[in-house]
Design a protein around this ligand. Structure first.
Ligand code: ADP
Length: 475
């Protein structure tokens, strides 16, 4: 009989050349699963170059294959790089500093409510925990927090010293929800600043400890919470949930477009409620159409992570406060979540291995070269120089540009020609906020916008009045 101890023992003979530690004692092995003569697990590795990584994976495979009774070994390599990237970041916001021990923050979003976003968040979190990862679940759906019901926990969490909150833990998942703090049935009527503060507190004041994945259940749509989260910390990427209908995807597309605008990668789309199989007669019915979300994802070049069937047992398990993946992991719905989690892990790994080169659009360094000039060195090697006056005039905030017509409201005469930069802050993964000597500070210049404003000869001949038309995102 093959068991976890034997597998770990065999992996104790395989050394990671980067750290010098063996794979078993370093904790790199996660989520061992044995099914007959097949073994599968994940390896969480550092930043080795491709070849060393492939070699290590092969060594691990051979070690486990040598065990009597093992016929096949399936290994998924997971990279530590998102955390390493954050650790290496030159400037970090206080919130980022506090959640440095969280390796991947992954929001789960949808265009509209009722598509099963919270159900997916909870089950995905529990699945990842079952695969051996350290997982947190943050319920940021302030308008309809359902994580307490889904996870079967209702009482407020305990306060620790120094204003810290100890999160609840159930099914191997640490969790926090605004629902723990509200009397049942009470509506939340909060404005932007309060919402920003809640996100800040949930990220910074909750004692998450070391986490591999923090799954964030977002409210539906494209509001303040989404913006706040993207601004406060670099996210590993967002997961979008949609039902199969064309109409549902059209709304989900708005959420996708928002994340793309905020330079947050889309890790993939999950189709929920796709097809109903009658338990009594076994007939199959596509209540909401067939494969719509999958088709749309493919046509937009977004990874498709998998579909979850419309299943009465999923709804009942959710209402009972026991996620289906815990109650019935081998049910069609339970299996669907395991497949989705594996696809998500694979996507994260491919991204960390440079599948996409979108980070080339990021600035490597932003410096003030003279009092009236700012220079940006981009990761793709390009250098842009801006006159402070021109950059101030190009402010994209709602005070400077009419949000509906795109017409510039700010006039040249209203800005002093000797205006200069007082300070600047990086905003999430997507932009920079400048504070000017005339005290103006409300504009967020997205990286894309800044690139379009570049004054160098090469860029100028390449522009097509893009900069005139583009809107930034006002604070
Ligand atoms: P959202 O977070 O998008 O508003 P929820 O996760 O709260 O949606 O789900 C809405 C309702 O649909 C809940 O009652 C939930 O149990 C049910 N539900 C979600 N996904 C499924 C599914 N695949 N099969 C059956 N019921 C589902």
């Amino acid at each position: 009989m093959i068991n976890e101890t034997e597998i770990l023992k065999s992996l104790a003979n395989v050394k990671d050349p980067e750290t010098g530690n063996d794979l078993a004692s370093s904790g790199a092995v996660k989520g061992i699963r044995v099914s007959g003569d097949q073994v599968s697990f994940s390896l969480e590795l550092g930043l080795q170059a491709g070849q060393a990584r492939d070699q290590l994976k092969e060594n691990a495979r051979q070690a486990v294959l040598a065990l009597p009774g093992v016929k096949s070994v399936n290994i998924t390599v997971i990279s530590k790089s998102p955390a390493a990237q954050r650790a290496a970041a030159a400037e970090r916001t206080p919130t980022e500093e506090r959640i440095l021990k969280v390796k991947n923050v992954i929001p789960v979003a949808s265009g509209k409510g009722g598509v099963g976003k919270s159900t997916v968040s909870a089950n995905l979190a529990v699945t990842l925990a079952k695969l051996g990862f350290r997982v947190g679940l943050m319920d940021a759906d302030v308008y309809g927090p359902s994580i307490p019901t889904l996870m079967g926990v209702h009482e407020p969490p305990k306060q620790q010293g120094e204003g810290k909150i100890a999160p609840h833990s159930r099914f191997g998942v640490k969790m926090i929800s605004i629902g723990f703090f509200l009397p049942k049935g009470e509506a939340v009527i909060w404005r932007g600043p309060m919402l920003h503060k809640t996100v800040d507190q949930f990220l910074g004041s909750v004692d998450w400890g070391e986490l591999d994945y923090l799954i964030v259940d977002l409210p539906p749509g494209t509001g303040d919470i989404q913006l706040s989260l993207c601004q406060k910390i670099p996210l590993s990427g967002a997961v979008i949930v949609s039902t199969p209908q064309d109409l549902a995807f059209e709304v989900a597309e708005k959420a996708i477009s928002m994340f793309q605008k905020l330079n947050t990668p889309i890790l993939g789309l999950i189709e929920n409620m796709s097809g109903f199989v009658c338990k009594k007669c076994g007939s199959h019915e596509d209540v909401f159409g067939e494969g719509g979300a999958k088709r749309h994802a493919e046509s937009r070049g977004i990874p498709f992570l998998g579909s979850i069937p419309l299943a009465t047992e999923l709804r009942i398990a959710s209402d009972q406060g026991t996620p289906l993946v815990d109650q019935a992991p081998d049910s069609p719905g339970g299996k669907a979540f395991f497949d989705i989690a594996k696809n998500l892990l694979a996507e994260l790994t491919e991204r960390s291995e440079g599948k996409y080169s979108d980070t080339k659009q990021y600035p490597k360094e932003v410096r003030q070269v003279e009092k009236d000039s700012i220079e940006i060195a981009w990761k793709d090697g390009h250098e842009s120089r801006y006159k402070a006056f021109a950059l101030r005039l190009a402010c994209p905030c709602a005070m400077c540009v009419d949000e509906n017509t795109g017409k510039r409201l700010i006039r040249e005469q209203s800005v002093r020609s000797d205006v200069y930069l007082l300070s600047m802050d990086r905003v999430g993964r997507y932009g920079i906020a400048f504070r000017w000597s005339d005290r103006h500070s409300t504009g967020i210049y997205t990286f894309e916008y800044l690139k379009s404003l570049c004054d160098c000869q090469a860029c100028k001949s390449n522009t097509n009045l893009k900069s005139e038309k583009m809107h930034g995102i006002a604070r």
